[in-house]
Write a protein that binds this ligand. Structure first.
Ligand code: FES
Length: 71
């Protein structure tokens, strides 16, 4: 594997889902407001509708809530 391929593997990408969460592909480490860190993750889907029962993660409730985003 060359260095460009290695850099690409380490690249974090964030995809804004239409009327849904932010899908982050890592590796990432999530830090909560109180400073604690969750485990390192390769993937996370973060709520942006504010209706999840499993914050900060999306639990799919945005569909029932009728979340509609402009982006
Ligand atoms: S974006 Fe999915 S529950 Fe909020």
């Amino acid at each position: 594997m060359n260095s460009q391929e290695q850099d690409k593997e380490k690249e974090v990408t964030i995809k804004v889902m239409k009327d849904g969460p932010l899908v982050i592909q890592g590796p990432i480490t999530l830090t909560y407001a109180n400073g604690t860190e969750s485990r390192k993750m390769a993937f996370a889907s973060l709520c942006r509708c504010g209706e999840s029962n499993n914050m900060p993660f999306c639990d799919g409730y945005h569909r029932k809530a009728g979340f509609c985003s402009e982006t």
